[in-house]
Design a protein around this ligand. Structure first.
Ligand code: SAM
Length: 175
C-alpha cells in the first residue's frame, strides 16, 4: 500500500505540478495521495480523473504534514536530489516495506530538515536537480518493477483502447 505526500505547494507557481504529482501517483500504481498545506486545493482534477478513468485511488488532505510523516505506520521514503541513489536502495526499500504501508514524500520548495531526519530512506533519482513528478514516476516504476504498467482499473466510465495511430476511447461494456 503506497501513499504519496505532496509537501510545499507554492500557490500560483505549483498548481499544475501538484495536480501532476497526484495524477502520476495514480497512474503509476500508488494507492493514495495526500495534499498538504496549500496543495489541499488541488484535489478536484485528480478526483475527476479517477471517476472517469477508474480507481481505486484515494485523494486526501492534511494541514499537518509533519505529523503525517511522524505518525505514519510504515516506512517513509523522501525523494531528494541529496539522497542515496535509487539504484542502490530501491531493493532494500521494497524488501523492507514488503506488503506494508509506504509513504513517499515529494517537495516543491525547500523541504524542512525534519523530513530528511524522519525518513527511513532519502532517495535520489540521480543527484541532479529536476522535478518531483519525474522523480516520483521513476521511483514508483522501479519500486513496482514495471508491474504497475499492466494495472487494471475498477469502474471506469471510459477506457482508452491503445492504437498505433489515432485515438479510441470506449465505454467499458463496448470493449
Ligand atoms: N531545492 C529543493 C530542496 O532543496 O529540497 C528541491 C526543489 S525540487 C524542484 C522539488 C522536489 O522535486 C524535491 O523536493 C524532490 O522531492 C524532487 N526532486 C527534484 N530532483 C530530484 C532528484 N534528483 N531526486 C529525487 N527527487 C528530486
Amino acid at each position: 500500500d503506497v501513499t504519496v505526500l505532496r509537501l510545499g505547494h507554492r500557490p500560483g507557481r505549483d498548481e499544475r505540478m501538484t495536480t501532476h504529482v497526484g495524477l502520476t501517483a495514480r497512474a503509476l500504481g500508488a494507492d493514495r495521495v495526500i495534499m498538504a498545506g496549500s496543495a489541499r486545493g488541488r484535489t478536484d482534477t485528480i478526483v475527476d480523473i479517477t471517476e472517469r478513468f477508474g480507481g481505486p485511488f484515494a485523494v486526501e488532505t492534511t494541514e499537518e504534514p509533519k505529523r503525517t510523516i511522524r505518525d505514519f505506520e510504515g516506512r517513509v521514503v523522501h525523494l531528494t536530489m541529496y539522497g542515496e541513489p535509487i539504484q542502490d536502495v530501491v531493493d532494500d526499500v521494497r524488501a523492507d516495506h514488503g506488503t506494508g504501508p509506504l509513504l513517499v514524500v515529494v517537495g516543491a520548495e525547500k523541504v524542512p530538515f525534519e523530513v530528511y531526519e524522519h525518513a527511513d530512506y532519502n532517495v535520489g533519482v540521480t543527484n541532479q536537480p529536476h522535478s518531483e513528478v519525474a522523480s516520483l514516476a521513476v521511483f514508483l516504476d522501479r519500486l513496482f518493477e514495471g508491474r504497475e504498467l499492466d494495472r487494471e482499473w475498477d469502474d471506469p466510465d471510459r477506457v482508452v483502447v491503445p492504437k498505433a495511430t489515432g485515438k479510441k476511447v470506449v465505454e467499458p461494456d463496448d470493449e
